[in-house]
Design a protein around this ligand. Structure first.
Ligand code: MEV
Length: 440
């Protein structure tokens, strides 16, 4: 698939079918094929039945597209699966702001997963550590012989580390480059393959053999900057006085202060990080990856220094507000559920990623964008206003508004301060009566 322009002004105003047609057209795929993939979640009960146990059906979630993203100089249309209103719009809005200053930049800090082999009942721990050190090369060779396919793709076991847990317990960490796989099965297979030999060498009893989801050697860093002047014509600046640049600066300062709040208060940091995970998880889900693993790693990393910290921070420097995010992220583009979920496969082809690292980089940028949007809203007009207009659109649709009527009905609902179906139906009647009389 060729790189495509991720700016599609007015996309949100199109009907669902028009959006599908537009995307199909851009990707040069038949719209009917796209509809088949996306209607009802794309997963048949038959596929589901072969994926997990005791299946009685499937459970669909909204699949939307975040726009305006430019990551490392390339435009990306972002597939997002999420049930929470505002998340996709918020990410797209922040991406539009970041794009005006060059977009997002992201890279992997390292790409190794970690397997743990626990050894118990060791009598002479320092001697066991010495013996394991001597056997390093032989153990790595044994590990790699358990994953020949991975080794042929350039991955495999790269390093061993022995950690003393006290009470006669050692844990051996084996670091594995899993290339384009998330790697849980690969790492678990390797850990099980080398476990008995490690126990023999360490003269102890073999305990657990499993990856750790705290993949702190597979981390991603994302950053972006927004010219302070560009906040001037963004949401929240309009009521801030006659000087738009000063208004933009006020917003940037408010975001920086909100970021500082998260860095000194773990209660705030958790919510700050939840906003980041709104973006990250939506991409993780859309691409068929393990969101529980991603969540476990993210929060463990946030607390790694002994107190819970924000995964992203924002700072003003010169005429820009700069944001930086760093987190562990283990995603795959091959293997796992991905292989069997047609919509996840399509999401990956839409993203046009060539490696798991590229996918991690993009997901991290979506997390950073979500964070920027949340902080901007919180630090200016508050979060409820945006939520209310989306809620009003949902109520308008439920009340039976046509796609052409949704926007105006939603606006009237918000203005009236009563956002419920009864109010929506009576306003809809008024809109239609006026339309019949030829009045706007
Ligand atoms: C809501 O899903 C996410 C936010 O609470 C994030 C935040 O407070 O930064 C808005």
């Amino acid at each position: 698939m060729n790189p495509i322009d991720s700016r599609i002004p007015g996309f949100y105003r199109l009907t669902l079918h028009e959006r599908q047609d537009l995307i199909a057209d851009r990707l040069q795929t038949p719209a009917s094929a796209l509809r088949r993939l996306l209607d009802a979640g794309g997963l048949t009960s038959d596929i589901a039945n072969n994926t997990v146990e005791n299946v009685i059906g499937t459970y669909a979630l909204p699949f939307g597209l975040a726009l305006n993203f430019r990551v490392n100089g390339t435009d990306r249309i972002i597939p997002m699966v999420v049930e929470e209103p505002s998340v996709i719009a918020a990410a797209s809005n922040a991406a539009r702001l970041a794009r005006m200053s060059g977009g997002f930049f992201a890279s992997m800090i390292d790409t190794q997963m970690t397997g743990q082999i626990e050894i118990r009942g060791i009598e002479n721990v320092s001697e066991s550590i010495r013996l394991l050190g001597l056997a390093r090369a032989q153990l790595l060779e044994l590990a790699n012989s358990a994953a020949p396919g991975l080794v042929s793709r350039g991955g495999g076991a790269k390093e061993l580390e022995v950690r003393d847990l006290g009470r006669g317990m050692l844990v051996v960490h084996i670091y594995v480059d899993c290339k384009d796989a998330m790697g849980a099965n690969l790492v678990n297979g390797i850990a099980e393959a080398i476990g008995p030999e490690i126990a023999r060498i360490a003269r102890g009893r073999l305990g657990l053999r499993i990856l750790t989801n705290l993949c702190d050697r597979r981390r991603v860093r994302a950053e972006c900057r927004v010219a302070i002047a560009h906040f001037a014509d963004s949401k929240g600046a309009s009521d801030s006085g006659p000087d738009p640049i000063a208004a933009g600066r006020q917003i940037a300062i408010a975001i920086e202060e909100a970021s500082r709040f998260a860095s000194i208060d773990p209660y705030r940091a958790v919510t700050h990080n939840k906003g980041i995970m709104n973006g990250v998880d939506s991409v993780v889900l859309a691409t068929g990856n393990d969101f529980r693993a991603v969540e476990a790693a993210a929060h463990a990393w946030a607390a790694i220094g002994g107190s819970y910290r924000p995964l992203a921070q924002w700072q003003i420097g010169d005429d820009f507000l700069t944001g930086q995010l760093e987190m562990p992220l283990a995603l795959g583009i091959v293997g796992g559920t991905l292989r069997v979920h047609p919509t996840a496969q399509w999401a990956l082809s839409l993203l046009d990623v060539k490696s798991a690292s590229e996918l991690c980089e993009i997901a991290a940028c979506v997390g950073l964008a979500s964070n920027l949007s949340a902080l901007r809203a919180l630090a200016t007009e508050g979060i409820q206003r945006g939520h209310m207009s989306l809620h009003a659109r949902n109520v308008a649709v439920t009340a039976g508004a046509s796609p052409e009527e949704v926007e105006s009905l939603a606006r009237l609902l918000v203005e009236g301060g009563r956002i419920n179906e009864v109010a929506a139906q009576s306003l809809l009647l008024e809109i239609r009566t006026l339309a019949l009389k030829g009045q706007p």
